[in-house]
Design a protein around this ligand. Sequence first.
Ligand code: TTP
Ligand code: MG
Length: 391
Amino acid sequence: MEPKSIIHLDMDAFYAAVEVLDEPELKGKPVIVGGNHPRGVVSTCSYEARKFGVHSAMPSVTAARLCPQAVFRPVRMGRYKEMSDRIFDIFRRFTPLVEPLSLDEAFLDVTASIRLFGHPPQIAADIKRLVRSETGLTVSAGVAPSKLVAKIASDLHKPDGLTVVPPDRVREFLDPLPIGRLWGVGKVSQRALAVLGVETIGDLHRLPPDLLRRKFGESGVSLHRLAQGLDDRPVEPTRDAKSIGAEETYLEDIRSLEPARRELLALTLRAARRLRRHGFVCRTVTLKVKYHDFKQITRAETLGRPTDDTRRLYAAVVALLAKTDVGRRPVRLLGVSFSGLGLPDENRQPSLFDEEEKSGKLRELDRALDRISDKYGSRAVIPATLLEDDS
Ligand code: TTP
Ligand code: MG
């Protein structure tokens, strides 16, 4: 079979680049997009700000300390969504096989586009040129025979990069890279692999697959395949997303309430982050629980008004938890999902309802978070820290 041609595209410093576009005086300056208040978090920042060590998901106070001259701008989701639509229109001129990963990131399968539009590296260069001339923004591209390699490639020469990995160069390309670049290899797996002396992707694929199977089961085997660049997942164009969520099956059953809450906080953070990265708010929150006997239940709550706020979403999850047997029956899987997706209404005036929420529900949530942090350490309650560990 002919190898596929996949392009991964990822806008450079997306929200910050849009702010600079709309306010050209900001060009060349360290720009941070995010909440500039004591509990604010950095959504993203310009490459000038990154030189000071500022990055996404960092508390804004830390960012301001690292880079006191930075200019803060609030998140304007509606505007980013508008630019995202224009960028995706450009992508779709080259193939209908466009799979969005977030507002600023997509996979394209251009295998069948070659006769019409030329070779994939040419297509990627054309897309970059059109994005720049039609929107004024820059995008980095990776061209490769698989999603895995295309995504790693697009990140390698950011910003404004174009990295091409031909089919016969995949191994050569992957081998020297640190294993953290592989999908699904988070900090925990990195530590486990370091014990085996594995630091690069090359180290990993040189290990005998049997050893990996013994140590890590089936996931060890698929890791070994990934390390060779073997990834045949197809590009899946949208179907409009109906829900966004996160779930996890636990190796050991969860038997009491507090660890369940902690897991649910981590799942809520992960799912809420995805929600925001797609530019959505949601109306309905669903909690899924699978007990040790495989009996599965879901509990759902419809919110007074749509939100993407982690604290409100987590409050709904905690309320739903009370309608389950978690804590009384062992649990093997927990899941959180958000549906009734829509775009935020940015013109909405703050209402009395908000005030009520601030005083009542959210205070209760703070206490819940405090209890968790008493038991598990402050790490559990700093969203920024957990968000960084998004493996
Ligand atoms: P990214 O593509 O991860 O980051 P980026 O485009 O700002 O920078 P680059 O790709 O050049 O490294 O995310 C796209 C947008 O999603 C980003 O501009 C802001 C938003 N975002 C958050 O709101 N929170 C986050 O933690 C991250 C990672 C991104
Ligand atoms: Mg980006």
